[in-house]
Ligand binder design. Structure first.
Ligand SMILES: Cc1cc2nc3c(=O)[nH]c(=O)nc-3n(C[C@H](O)[C@H](O)[C@H](O)COP(=O)(O)OP(=O)(O)OC[C@H]3O[C@@H](n4cnc5c(N)ncnc54)[C@H](O)[C@@H]3O)c2cc1C
Ligand SMILES: *[C@@H]1O[C@H](CO)[C@@H](O)[C@H](O)[C@H]1NC(C)=O
Ligand SMILES: *[C@@H]1O[C@H](CO)[C@@H](O)[C@H](O)[C@H]1NC(C)=O
Ligand SMILES: *[C@@H]1O[C@H](CO)[C@@H](O)[C@H](O)[C@H]1NC(C)=O
Ligand SMILES: CC(=O)N[C@H]1CO[C@H](CO)[C@@H](O)[C@@H]1O
Length: 342
């Protein structure tokens, strides 16, 4: 019996499955995760493996998104422990973030309350042209490896994973299913049924190099660019260099000019990358599942089923997705209680 179906096996679907078990007490054996792509796969239509996987100050400044960040940051320790420690591909690293224009005060105040080692960098120590900077301890994901370990952990608990592409919404319902979670990322744009025209891609290209001598993050936010350097924990020295945030661009191709631009910007930001000869392992592009107005986390009653939407994580599915899943699962628990009262 699959009482609960989670459609989508990206980071948002996996966090949601985890919260169903740990927060709503749903027996793992009654949960099925369905995905066209599963951890281990690579496709332009599967965003999660392509992420840099840092926790950064990228998220919007509204109180709800800031609360998702906090939820994620403060709950990852427990998840890391359950997955067997840092070797699961989730670990803490130092980070520096620099802005060319002052960031939102409320955001900085919120982050300073829970992020470890959060320190505002004195103006005299900032690089030329910068207005504000912080140093902190961040969480870093080795995304593809972490996704695979997360799936294995959930399978050991008893959750079933099924590879299947849905062309109609009704195919998500298996025998006995009372609730479907819609964690389809950009798939929400094209799946037949009600298409959500607010969903759009934000393309990013990254250059992955081998640089075990760099074990720190460095981010610079400009008015028209975002430059970032992100180490991948337990990856044999992989370092992710980025990037781009191109709204509405669907191409999964990569471009030589963008690679050169990324290398120019990242090595200027952190010259020690060049302490060893640059060893480019691969260049990839990914599409962040963005949505006008932010993620959609909402319960719908469809005939006698519940449909819980949780998609549109944009550029922050790793760093805010745990909090999004917590909200989606809390809505589910409430809706189930309400249904039981009828
Ligand atoms: C270059 C880049 C860097 C990034 N860096 C970071 C970062 O450092 N930190 C951070 O927090 N975030 C980062 N992100 C964003 C992050 O990757 C996304 O927010 C996250 O991966 C979204 O996950 P998701 O589960 O919603 O979607 P996806 O990972 O795309 O998963 C969607 C799932 O739904 C399935 N699906 C969709 N439609 C159907 C269908 N019709 N039938 C069956 N299955 C279907 C897919 O097969 C897949 O399993 C980055 C993204 C990019 C591109
Ligand atoms: C990705 O999804 C789009 C929209 O559904 C589709 O047109 C395209 O062929 C897919 N690309 C790949 C490589 O699967
Ligand atoms: C998920 O939401 C999108 C956007 O509304 C919709 O197109 C899609 O049909 C939904 N999927 C399911 C299984 O309900
Ligand atoms: C998408 O981005 C690529 C690389 O920057 C660019 O060459 C292309 O013109 C863009 N396409 C659209 C439709 O904007
Ligand atoms: C290179 C890279 O992936 N950088 C990411 C750093 O973190 C933000 C979200 O936290 C992403 O959107 C960036 O793409």
């Amino acid at each position: 019996m699959s009482n609960v179906v989670v459609l989508g096996s990206g980071i948002v679907g996996l966090y949601t499955t985890y919260c169903l078990v740990t927060e709503a007490g749903v027996p793992p054996a009654s949960i099925t995760v369905i995905g066209k792509h599963l951890p281990g796969d690579q496709s332009i239509n599967y965003t999660s493996p392509w992420a840099g996987g840092n926790f950064s100050c990228i998220t919007p400044n509204d109180p709800e998104t800031l609360s998702w960040d906090k939820y994620t940051y403060t709950h990852l320790q427990e998840l890391q422990k359950k997955l067997g420690g840092a070797a699961c591909g989730l670990d803490k690293r130092p980070s520096t973030e620099i802005w060319d224009e002052n960031p939102n005060d409320k955001k900085i105040a919120a982050l300073s309350q829970y992020i470890e080692d959060f320190r505002i960098i004195p103006a005299a120590e900032l690089p030329a042209g910068a207005k504000f900077g912080v140093s902190l301890t961040t969480w870093n994901f080795n995304c593809p490896f972490f996704l695979a370990n997360f799936k294995t952990y959930l399978e050991k608990l008893g959750v079933t994973f099924v590879r299947k592409e849905l062309t109609y919404v009704s195919q998500a319902y298996l025998p006995g299913t009372h609730t479907v979670f819609n964690c389809t990322g950009l798939g929400a744009f094209s799946l037949d049924g009600v298409k959500d025209s607010k969903v759009y891609p934000t393309r990013g290209q990254v250059v992955v190099v081998k640089a075990p001598h760099v074990q720190e993050n460095c981010v610079r936010w400009g008015p028209t660019y975002a430059t970032y350097i992100i180490p991948r924990p337990h990856s044999n020295g992989e370092l992710v260099l980025g990037g781009f945030l191109q709204k509405g661009n669907w191409t999964g191709d990569t471009f030589e000019l963008e690679t050169a631009d990324i290398i120019r910007r990242t090595t200027a930001l952190l010259p020690k990358i060049l302490d060893k000869p640059l060893d480019v392992i691969r260049v990839v592009a990914g599409l962040r599942p963005s949505r006008q107005g932010g993620p959609r986390i909402e319960v719908e009653h469809v005939e006698d089923h519940l449909l819980v939407h949780n998609y549109g994580a944009g550029g922050y599915g790793y760093q805010a997705g745990f909090g999004m899943a917590h909200k989606a699962v809390a809505l589910y628990s409430k809706a189930r209680r309400d249904v039981a009262k009828l």
